[in-house]
Design a protein around this ligand. Structure first.
Ligand code: ARG
Length: 481
């Protein structure tokens, strides 16, 4: 079939009333630059392998630079960005431009483009997560000894510190970071050279293309390479996890701001169009809601992928945008939460007053009795009795008489009980590993700072390796164009 007939054939198969429904061209703007890079690496490899001659490679690479400069907007119509760029190259070069698509298919091409782009997006998401963690560690350090009420079931539970509370979220976000880095690692593999799904008779160098594009290796099995979208749901699952962590943090801060424990900086608050006095934590409410976007993306993706046969099916075109939506939303949420945390003001006097409200030191008193020979369950019973009638020393003394049969000072001296009733002493006493006492907090702060450094280095290394690949590819392209 001649080239002229080929164009007609393409028109026949995608020019009808379903044209728009079929096309991913608009959504593909996201992978425009990725496709140009993938085309470049492929053409360089084709030339190196003698599959296209250097002059043709040079013409194609020059045309790709024109396409790149003109941008996605200027592309001719096409079923997708891959077809449109190819058309633009053929328009520039003539029929020889069609040699660009030798030894590949849009199936391996699109999978490579998505991975290429998602890598950057995952790094952005990780960086937003690191910034949030950094803010949490900095504020935790600053408020390591700022008393705060701790809750279970949203009921006053035990005194803790703002620092300990904040670090709890940093730890969760460290695991979110680890999941994102894992997803990055499996995303960063090249499908290119798989062709449609069954390889190619051309002597392609798949490793070379992977190198030029900064991938850590290839997906060896050609059918797997074009079919696989587990990197998408793994990434989106990690992002949904991140969004879930952020939603919890946002919810806690909304509740704390409601109680006057924390005030958001004006930049992170909104007011009301009717109620002049209002300062609302809208940014955190939106950050809390992003879990909905990310979870929708995950379930959309998994539903689309479920039961798909090998190797390429057009359903995959609708899988991809779920990942873009999820990564954008989760990154924004982490970003905004980081800013809100970094700039919020903690109201130390309100917090200190609330730290002891609701007999939050009750557990400490029971612990004290248990460390002086009373079985913990009996001590629990005794303190519960006291809780009903005042929760002070006298109430505890009366409860000791009635439940234990002896006055309180038969078990433990009064000064120790008074200390246990003090929220600050209560916090200081809980110095077990991971607890809120200052020594235990110092260890946790140091560990968090170390973990943060290590994760920063991992992201730096990933950025550097991508930048190095971009440079190599550019200098290889310059050899021809
Ligand atoms: N636009 C398509 C996608 O996003 C590209 C691959 C099309 N391949 C095909 N054989 N129809 O998945």
């Amino acid at each position: 079939m001649s080239d002229g007939e080929d164009v007609v054939r393409r028109e026949r198969f995608s020019g009808g009333p379903a044209r728009e429904f079929l096309s991913s061209l608009a959504a593909d703007e996201r992978i425009f630059e990725a496709d140009v890079a993938v085309d470049r690496a492929h053409v360089v490899m084709l030339a190196e392998q003698g599959i296209v001659d250097d002059e043709t490679a040079s013409e194609i690479l020059t045309a790709l630079s024109v396409v790149e400069v003109n941008g996605h907007e200027a592309l001719p119509d096409g079923e997708d960005v891959h077809a449109a760029i190819e058309t633009a190259v053929v328009e520039e070069v003539g029929p020889d431009g069609g040699r660009m698509h030798t030894a590949r298919s849009r199936n391996d091409e699109v999978a490579t483009c998505i991975r290429y782009r998602l890598r950057e997006d995952l790094l952005d998401a990780i960086e937003a997560t690191l910034a949030l963690r950094e803010a949490l560690v900095a504020r935790a350090e600053e408020h390591a000894e700022t008393l705060a009420p701790g809750y279970t079931h949203l009921q006053p539970a035990q005194p803790t510190t703002v620092g300990h509370f904040l670090l709890s979220y940093e730890r969760a976000l460290a695991r979110d970071t680890a999941r994102l880095l894992d997803a990055y690692e499996r995303t960063n593999r090249s499908p290119l050279g798989a062709a449609a799904f069954a390889g190619t008779p051309f002597d392609v160098d798949r490793e070379r293309v992977a190198d030029l594009l900064g991938f850590d290796g290839v997906l060896a099995n050609a059918t797997d390479a074009v079919s696989a979208r587990d990197f998408l749901f793994e990434s989106v699952a990690a992002l949904a996890g991140l969004a879930t962590t952020v939603s919890g943090l946002a919810e806690d801060l909304v509740v704390y701001s409601n109680r006057g424990f924390v005030e958001l900086d004006d930049d992170y608050a909104s007011t009301s169009s009717i109620m002049p006095q209002k300062k609302n934590p809208d940014t955190l409410e939106l950050a809390r809601a992003v879990a909905g976007d990310a979870h929708a993306g995950l379930s959309g993706l998994l539903t689309t992928l479920k039961g798909l046969p090998r190797a390429y099916n057009r359903d995959l075109q609708r899988a991809t945008p779920h990942a873009w939506d999820a990564v954008d939303a989760a990154t924004d949420a982490a970003d905004v939460a980081g800013g809100a945390v970094a700039t919020a003001t903690w109201n130390e006097s309100e917090l200190a007053a609330a730290a002891g409200e609701g007999f939050t030191t009750a557990t400490g008193v029971a612990d004290l009795l248990a460390s002086h020979g009373v079985p913990f369950r009996t001590a629990h019973e005794m303190v519960a009795t006291a809780a009903e009638s005042g929760a002070d020393y006298d109430a505890l003394d009366a409860a000791a008489e009635s439940v234990l049969g002896d006055p309180l000072d038969a078990y433990v001296d009064r000064a120790a009980v008074e200390a246990a009733l003090d929220p600050a002493e209560s916090v200081a006493s809980r110095d077990s590993a991971g607890g809120p006492a200052p020594e235990a907090m110092a260890d946790q702060l140091a560990a968090a700072a170390d973990a943060l450094d290590a994760d920063r280095e991992a992201v730096e290394a990933a950025h550097e390796s991508l930048a190095a690949a971009r440079e190599t590819l550019q200098s290889e392209v310059n050899e021809y164009a």
